[in-house]
Design a protein around this ligand. Structure first.
Ligand SMILES: N[C@@H](CCC(=O)N[C@@H](CS)C(=O)NCC(=O)O)C(=O)O
Length: 280
């Protein structure tokens, strides 16, 4: 038998088919959303289960790390720096900031001659700063305090690689030059004109230092305690004589590099807050 549909029924049938189609589409979407939701829940569950399982292990690892750190700190000697703002002790202060070691500062005001008091002479009979107390053992001379800190805190990389004899010898060469020629140069030939010190010899030794540094960023190929020692003296020279930077181009560029370091900024901030009282 052949059914012939009227045009009206045909249209209704097509409409019904379209509706069924739309509902099926909506159902598909609903199923997809549901499946995605289930998958997300599953992943969240797995992750949570994993985290809960790992938690005791992570907590233990954190505890062990803390204990190791505390033991390391206990094993480190107590450090106390006797200093006067802007004096040679500033170099040791910078190195202490560089290595990140805990330390205590003890102020010895040179302009008040506190370095001549018996209490301080008992610590350092020469009456000079710096003195670095390692526990209760005094260590004097800038070079020695810097060397000690660099060796005690190797992570700070303030010396050439251990065993690099040539690099180490270069550090000693520079440090001896700085202590015996540059530092001592300040007091040599202190000729003055109408009461003003000309520091001719001091200017000359910095010229030598400028040539020796050359265009290198750092004195011995990488940042080291040598740069700290050199910087402290040039900083003092700049503060005293205000040379034009083109006279000492290499030392001036080195000065800028040093001034950009956090350890230097923090030391200067701490010492200038106490106040500089320099002899002119
Ligand atoms: N050779 C010593 C020199 C230290 C030094 O000269 N310190 C000066 C201050 S920059 C000082 O304490 N002067 C006081 C004095 O001599 O009475 C070193 O390298 O540590």
């Amino acid at each position: 038998m052949i059914y012939r549909l009227s045009r009206g029924k045909w249209i209704r049938l097509k409409e019904a088919a379209r509706r069924v189609d739309r509902i099926a589409g909506d159902l598909n979407l609903l199923l997809l959303v549901f499946a995605l939701g289930l998958a997300t829940l599953n992943v969240t569950f797995l992750v949570t289960q994993n985290v809960v399982e790992q938690l005791p292990r992570v907590t233990r690892a954190v505890q062990v790390a803390r204990e190791t750190e505390a033991k390391k700190e206990e094993a480190m000697p107590k450090l106390t720096l006797y200093y006067s703002p802007g004096a040679s002790s500033m170099a040791t202060h910078i190195a202490l900031c560089e290595v990140g070691a805990p330390f205590e500062l003890k102020l010895i005001e040179l302009y008040r001659q506190e370095n001549r008091k018996p209490e301080y002479l008992a610590v350092n009979p020469e009456g000079k700063v710096p003195t670095l107390l390692v526990e209760s053992e005094p260590l004097t001379e800038v070079a020695a305090t810097l060397w000690y800190l660099a060796r005690q805190y190797p992570e700070a990389s303030l010396l050439p690689q251990y065993g690099d004899s040539e690099g180490e010898a270069q550090v000693i060469s520079w440090m001896s030059f700085i202590a015996s020629t540059i530092h001592a140069g300040r007091r040599l030939g202190d000729e003055h004109w109408r009461g003003v010190f000309l520091h001719g010899h001091w200017r000359e030794v910095f010229r030598l230092a400028d040539v020796r540094l050359g265009r290198n960023d750092w004195a011995v190929g990488r940042y080291s305690i040598t740069d700290i020692h050199l910087f402290r003296l040039f900083w003092r020279f700049v503060d005293t004589l205000h040379p034009i930077s083109s006279e000492y181009p290499n030392l001036s560029a080195h000065y800028d590099r040093m001034m950009a370091r956090d350890a230097v900024k923090n030391t200067i901030a701490a010492e200038s807050a106490v106040g500089y009282h320099f002899p002119r």
